[in-house]
Structure formats: structure tokens, C-alpha cells
Design a protein around this ligand. Structure first.
Ligand code: MG
Ligand code: FE
Length: 166
């Protein structure tokens, strides 16, 4: 049981590394969507703390953090971030990707909470429940602001002399 829990915590750590890279690339490029940018920047801070908390759980359980998984996650994030440069509706694609990613995180932490409970690891359960609250808040914010982002993009895209894509 503990091996599975450790493995999933390593997956979560890699996921947070990927999230940090992806969100950083997105935030840096969002010149014309300051509200979205600020919320993403706030979540980057949260994401860094989440990665540290997850690392803490791994270490407490006596496991080592897998550098291989983290490197793969970072490469995936880089590809994701760069793909935005080649589409004309980058801000919309980034909003969809972030929304999807937050829900993957929510599912992962729900699974981890169940696994930690089965293992009797109440500290890991507590940490994951805390992270889950932040992921849900981010997912809800993105859901609430998606229409506004899309509509802003559409207006900017029709206005001569303005950049719409980011
Ligand atoms: Mg996260
Ligand atoms: Fe997140």
C-alpha cells in the first residue's frame, strides 16, 4: 500500500512541477489579460508550495523524489507552453488547458486522500486536503472567468491594431 501511495505522491510532485512551468510560460505571455494573469501568478505561488508539501510527504514516508518524472513533466510543460505561440487564440487555448489541468489535479488529490486514508497516513491526507481546496478554488475561478476571457478575446480580435491572442 505504502509503495503505491509513494508512487502517486511522486506523480503528484511531477504534476506540480509541470503546472509551475506551464503557468509561468502562460503568465509571462499574457500582456492583455491582466486579471487572468494575476490569478495565474497567485496560483504559481500556491503551486510552488504544493510541490514542497508533496515532497515533504514523500520524504516523511522515506521515499526519494523521482527526478526522471519531474524532468518529463517539465518537458511536457515546455511543449505545451510553446504550442501557444503558434495558435492565434492562445489565451483561449491556455484557459482551456488550465481548466483541464486543474481538474486533473483535483482528481489526483482526491485519489491521494483515499490512498493516504487507507494507509493510515493522516498527515498526507491533511496535506492533500489542503492542496485540494486551492485546486478547486483555481478551477472555479477559471470556470467563472472563461466567458469573460472568450468574449474579451473575440472583441480584441475584431479590433484593428490590438493584440488578441495573449
Ligand atoms: Mg497544484
Ligand atoms: Fe493547480
Amino acid at each position: 500500500m505504502k509503495d503505491n501511495l509513494l508512487d502517486w505522491l511522486r506523480d503528484a510532485h511531477a504534476m506540480e512541477e509541470q503546472a509551475e512551468k506551464m503557468l509561468t510560460t502562460t503568465a509571462e505571455r499574457l500582456e492583455n489579460y491582466p486579471e487572468l494573469r494575476r490569478r495565474i501568478e497567485q496560483h504559481i505561488e500556491e503551486t510552488r508550495r504544493q510541490a514542497q508539501s508533496v515532497r515533504g510527504c514523500i520524504e516523511r514516508l522515506g521515499g526519494d523524489t523521482s527526478a526522471i518524472k519531474d524532468a518529463t513533466a517539465k518537458m511536457m510543460a515546455m511543449a505545451q507552453g510553446m504550442s501557444g505561440m503558434f495558435v492565434s487564440d492562445e489565451v483561449v487555448k491556455a484557459s482551456l488547458a488550465s481548466y483541464t489541468f486543474e481538474h486533473m489535479e483535483i482528481a489526483s488529490y482526491r485519489a491521494l486522500i483515499a490512498a493516504a486514508e487507507a494507509c493510515g497516513d493522516m498527515e498526507t491526507r491533511r496535506v492533500c486536503e489542503q492542496i485540494l481546496v486551492e485546486e478547486e478554488a483555481m478551477a472555479n475561478w477559471l470556470a467563472d472567468h472563461l466567458s469573460k476571457t472568450v468574449q474579451e478575446f473575440l472583441v480584441r480580435d475584431e479590433t484593428a491594431g490590438t493584440t488578441a491572442k495573449h
